[in-house]
Design a binder for this molecule. Structure first.
Ligand SMILES: [Mg+2]
Length: 177
């Protein structure tokens, strides 16, 4: 039988570097049992291309199920998005999680508001997002929060995001494949 210490060992340690601490293909690939065993209690989740494709309005069943499981496991969750649309609030509301739109990531203010909403110490909070220059960098600038980088759901992005994607290939070996 697996002990909680085994799961903790499996979970990649927080890096002191600016890079992501863990990679997963999609949000729903994050093993909640391992996350919980590693001491995490709260999640800050990006919207566009992490939770929902850039042009999608309906959440994938896998992502909705993953969020429901996270609720069941007692995770506190806040969406932090640079998107300013009602779409962000609508999705967060449907999922029963907090929402901070217009976050201006990688500036730390949105993450700081999210931490306050979660009411948890930094070491218990993980940030999940698909972009290095907004989600990962912002989380690291906000007191080295633990970061999980996902692959983007869609390849279509805002023009500014397209530029960041090109730069990501220079700094992240995982993006060069
Ligand atoms: Mg995104």
């Amino acid at each position: 039988m697996e002990t909680s210490e085994d799961s903790e060992d499996k979970w990649p340690k927080r890096s002191r570097m600016l890079g992501p601490d863990r990679y997963v293909p999609r949000l729903h690939d994050i093993p909640l049992s391992e996350l919980s065993a590693a001491g995490f209690r709260g999640l800050i989740i990006d919207l566009d291309n992490t939770l929902l494709g850039f042009r999608q309005t309906e959440l994938a069943a896998e992502h909705a199920a993953w969020i429901a499981q996270a609720h069941d496991r007692g995770f506190a969750m806040v969406m932090v998005s640079n998107n300013f649309s009602d779409r962000a609030r609508g999705v967060a509301h449907r999922l029963g999680i907090g929402c901070i739109p217009n976050a201006l990531k990688p500036l730390p203010f949105g993450f700081m508001r999210a931490l306050k909403q979660l009411g948890l110490p930094r070491k218990q909070v993980a940030v999940v997002g698909d972009q290095f220059f907004t989600d990962v960098l912002g989380a690291k600038l906000c007191g080295n929060l633990y970061t999980i980088l996902t692959e983007p759901i869609e390849t279509h992005d805002f023009p500014i995001t397209k530029m960041f994607r090109m730069l990501e290939r220079f700094v992240l070996p995982e993006r060069r494949r």
